[in-house]
Design a protein around this ligand. Structure first.
Ligand SMILES: NC(=O)c1ccc[n+]([C@@H]2O[C@H](COP(=O)([O-])OP(=O)(O)OC[C@H]3O[C@@H](n4cnc5c(N)ncnc54)[C@H](O)[C@@H]3O)[C@@H](O)[C@H]2O)c1
Length: 396
């Protein structure tokens, strides 16, 4: 019988659902030496929590995440709260000797991210591990791209184009934490460029050395307050009072230099009309190129030299669903495609594997990696503000 790995989760909405599903499914599909046990879920709303715990199979629930630190039963605490609420629980749980898996971006600010990285480094000396939910590394097609780059199939990488475009951030979208700098740190940038920066560092194995230039726009500066209060009425003075200031970027673009000498461009937007979760990357090397689009996530596009040269050269679409592909041997027969939730299940399985001495299929990001991504995010924000290039060496 597999040893239990007793998990607690903080947060019960979007990521709360994705993570609950992942912890619940991991041992059903993967052969694990430890089996995740869904012990406790913590969040704010007691009524919603009881129903959530029942639906997703959590044994207990609490509205006070602080009690988790003293709970001797727990091995790992999973943090799926708004960005400003990552640092305090992560540091408390690491101090209490619990492994921590935290959502991205690592924190709302670079200073918080630094304290988290340092706390994780101290905890690591006692065998306590940290993880960041950069789940897109665990799309099988992205992991295959990593393997191909590792095999040097592309040669020297000269250009990377990374985009993450969504369109849900129009003026009727309520002022949730995501549109408040004090809670989120930034807007589309921290939310979406965080994934892109992690993927570019991961796929190329290179560091971002300089932000050559960055620009941001806030198109919507006022939003209805969340809930019924803010959504009714529009034009009266009272209705206006039910609105609040949105002070984050809706769109942020930047260009960066890579340590291998190449260039990378990044685009994040929540107001790109027509794009829903248009998350894509293209890597152009001196020998070959790779392309990935999340909305067609079971495919990886590869361009390599053909034996007869230009006659039959072209882009090839690889359907990444064979047992030989990362994680696929544990899922369904070939051609039976995977979806968004599988990236989280693959990651939960790799975390559990790592905690029982197994090497993950592809590297798992820890708080040190999350901090490096946060430095890049911060450098881009400084570049926007100062309207000039920013070297990463100046951002610590
Ligand atoms: N990996 C991904 O692809 C991905 C996708 C979406 C969000 N995220 C990240 O996940 C995190 C959560 O985002 P979300 O979309 O699930 O947000 P959400 O607003 O849907 O849920 C936030 C949860 O945090 C809880 N919460 C807020 N304050 C709390 C407190 N004081 N104590 C306990 N619980 C509290 C809320 O009750 C809610 O359950 C963010 O950091 C976000 O950037 C990652």
């Amino acid at each position: 019988m597999a040893q239990p790995l007793r998990v607690a989760l903080i947060g019960q909405q979007f990521m709360g659902r994705a993570h609950s599903n992942a912890w619940g499914q991991a041992a059903r599909f993967f052969e694990l030496r430890r089996a995740p046990v869904l012990e406790t879920v913590a969040a704010r709303d007691p009524r919603a929590l009881a129903a959530f715990a029942r639906r997703w199979g959590w044994a207990r629930w609490t509205t006070d995440w602080r009690t988790l630190a003293a709970d001797e039963r727990l091995d790992l605490v999973d943090i799926a709260t708004p960005n400003h609420l990552h640092a305090a629980p992560a540091i408390a749980m690491l101090r209490a000797g619990k492994h921590v898996a935290c959502e991205k971006p690592l924190a709302a600010t670079l200073a918080e991210a630094r304290t988290m990285r340092d706390a994780a480094a101290r905890a690591a000396r006692r065998g306590v591990r940290s993880f960041v939910w950069f789940n897109y590394r665990r799309c099988p097609a992205v992991a295959l791209a990593w393997q191909l780059v590792q095999q040097r199939r592309l040669g020297t990488i000269r250009q990377v184009r990374a985009r993450y475009l969504q369109s849900w951030g129009g003026p009727t979208t309520p002022l949730t934490w995501r549109f408040q700098k004090a809670l989120a740190g930034s807007g589309a940038h921290g939310d979406l460029n965080a994934h892109l920066v992690d993927l570019v560092r991961f796929l190329t194995g290179q560091e971002i050395e300089e932000i050559h230039g960055a620009a941001a726009r806030t198109f919507v500066t006022e939003r209805p307050l969340p809930g019924r209060r803010g959504l009714r009425g529009a034009s009266s003075g009272r209705a206006r009072a039910r609105r609040g200031r949105s002070d984050v970027d809706d769109c942020l673009l930047f260009v960066a230099g890579l340590s291998g000498g190449g260039l990378a461009s990044f685009e994040a937007s929540r107001v790109a009309t027509g794009h829903h979760n248009d998350h894509g990357l293209e890597l152009n090397g001196e020998r070959g190129s790779l392309r990935f689009d999340f909305e067609d996530m079971n495919a990886l596009w590869l361009h390599e030299p053909a034996p007869d040269g230009r006659r039959s050269e072209g882009w090839r679409r690889i359907l990444v669903t064979a047992a030989e592909h990362p994680w696929l041997g544990r899922w369904w027969p070939e051609g039976h495609v995977l979806g968004y939730e599988h990236t989280f299940v693959n990651m939960a399985a790799d975390i559990v594997g790592a905690l029982s001495g197994r090497k993950p299929v592809v590297p798992l990001p820890d708080f040190a990696a999350g901090y490096e991504t946060q430095r890049v995010l911060e450098a881009a924000l400084r570049s926007v503000k100062a309207r000039r290039a920013v070297k990463l060496g100046t951002v610590r």
